[in-house]
Design a protein around this ligand. Structure first.
Ligand code: BES
Ligand code: MN
Ligand code: MN
Length: 452
């Protein structure tokens, strides 16, 4: 009988083709027209787990189902709660994809498809590792519980309610969140911090209807002008957010952690050229680029729907204008407090000639993880071993909303890691996963089971 590691090596092609099968399902949770596809991805995972003889539950929520499975055949050994998400982001602008987003294609050792890096290629390393054990020795070195959601990219409401209501069932000794990335090609990383998020929409209305800008220009309020005035009152040219109280709870990272970032393979000039491609970086003076992305809060405008944006010209003063924005939060900012000070500031700075409505979305708190937990040490050994390069500690600027429930409510030591590269193009055209990292990721998960 082959060892689990031999099994994983012998089944590389099989794991890649299984990943491609999952990637063919366009599980875009935020688009209602992909409702059936998103549910299909959930059932694909359930079938995959059942094919390993694991008892699986497809747990219905108000949104997309959760997949829960467990193997508890190692009494006295630790229990690991594994997490990932099967939903993906929309694919627009689709014309910028080299190959269609839901037809996985290999180029230069990378597998290109929406979800390859975020997050299907990562959860499958966990499932492949489990298969390698169960189909050889018939057992795992530790107990495992799996919770996979389908709303991470849209609302995350379903999993939050479930975790709150099932703290006993989800009891574990540690949690593995496979939804982050590596520091650089070949260099594995453990993520010690994720930013939180609050999303908001500002709706401004002026005149009762669209008006001729020649007849009424100069007297009728323009909601876009008002919106721009509001937006420029939110953040200054140095990237400092002008909302009173916004920074009250911000705590700087420990000096030791920050010192470690100096040794990371981060080259700001190459980063600007290869990942950003703009003429210059922006941000608060006095903070390095990694600090600005990882441990400083920020505010971004995502889009401004309204008015006339078609071809040609239309001389109109629109009746309404809107902006979609979000704020990324860092420890110890609280989403509800930030939503409140944001809404109050928008109302305070809005010109009196327009009506303003502010809607904030349910947010996610930031997460900070202590490097001293034994699970982190175990993960560091496992990653270092599997990749043959010392695993480094990073933070990430993105958000995985449920992680704060794992650290907070469940009180678990959480290992946040993954195989996505900085240039994996998550959420962008030509998203990809390095297949060598995929297979090393499977080995890393297996090592982590052993180290635990
Ligand atoms: N996996 C990402 C978060 C992430 C990005 C972690 C980069 C580590 C490094 C996750 O799927 C994601 O995109 N989250 C959203 C959450 C939002 C929709 C509430 C995000 O960060 O925008
Ligand atoms: Mn993700
Ligand atoms: Mn994502």
């Amino acid at each position: 009988m082959p060892s689990p590691v031999e099994f994983a090596d012998a089944h590389r092609a099989r794991f890649e083709s299984e990943l491609s099968d999952l990637l063919r399902i366009p599980s875009i949770s935020t688009l209602p027209e992909h409702r059936d596809d998103t549910r299909r991805a959930a059932h694909w995972l359930a079938e995959y787990l059942r094919s390993m003889d694991l008892p699986v539950e497809v747990i219905e929520t108000a949104g997309y189902p959760l997949i829960y499975a467990e193997w508890l055949g190692a009494p006295g050994r630790p229990t690991l709660l594994g997490y990932g998400h099967y939903d993906v982001q929309p694919v627009d602008p689709i014309e910028l994809w080299t190959s269609p987003p839901f037809q996985p294609a290999v180029r230069g050792g990378r597998l290109f498809a929406r979800g390859a890096a975020d997050d299907k290629g990562q959860i499958l390393t966990l499932l492949a590792a489990i298969r390698a054990y169960l189909q050889t020795s018939g057992r795992l070195p530790i107990n495992v519980k799996l919770l996979i959601e389908g709303e991470e990219e849209s609302s995350g409401a379903g999993i939050e309610a479930y975790v709150r209501g099932h703290t006993d069932r989800l009891r574990a000794d540690a949690c593995l969140v496979l939804d982050s990335g590596m520091a650089a090609p070949g260099i594995p990383a453990i993520t010690l911090g994720l930013r939180g998020i609050v999303g908001a929409e500002i709706e401004v209305s002026g005149a009762a209807r669209d008006l001729h800008s020649g007849i009424y220009g100069g007297v009728a309020p323009n909601p876009f002008q008002a919106l721009v005035e509001i937006l420029t009152a939110l953040k200054d040219k140095n990237g400092r957010i002008l909302i009173p109280g916004f920074y009250d709870r911000v705590v700087p990272p420990p000096a030791e952690e920050k010192a470690g970032w100096e040794r990371l393979p981060f080259d700001e000039a190459a980063f600007l050229r290869d990942e950003i491609g703009a003429p210059a970086l922006i941000g608060e003076p006095g903070y390095g680029a990694l600090e600005r992305m990882w441990t400083r809060p920020t505010l971004d405008i995502h889009g401004m729907p309204g008015g006339f944006t078609g071809a040609g010209s239309k001389t109109v003063i629109p009746a309404r204008a809107a902006a979609k924005v979000s704020m990324r939060l860092v420890a110890d900012q609280r989403p509800d407090e930030i939503a409140n000070v944001f809404a109050a500031h928008v109302r305070a700075v809005a010109p009196k000639s327009v009506r303003v409505e502010v809607k904030t979305r349910h947010g996610a708190p930031p997460v900070v993880i202590s490097p001293s937990a034994p699970a982190i040490a175990a993960a560091k050994r496992a990653l270092t071993d599997a990749f043959g390069r010392e695993a480094v500690f990073v933070r990430m600027g993105g958000s995985v909303p449920i992680v704060s429930e794992f650290t907070g409510r469940l009180g678990l030591p959480v290992v946040v890691t993954g195989w996505s590269l900085p240039d994996a193009n998550a959420h962008s055209p030509d998203e990809s996963l390095d297949l060598e990292h995929f297979h090393k990721g499977i080995r890393a998960v297996m090592r982590f089971f052993e180290e635990m």
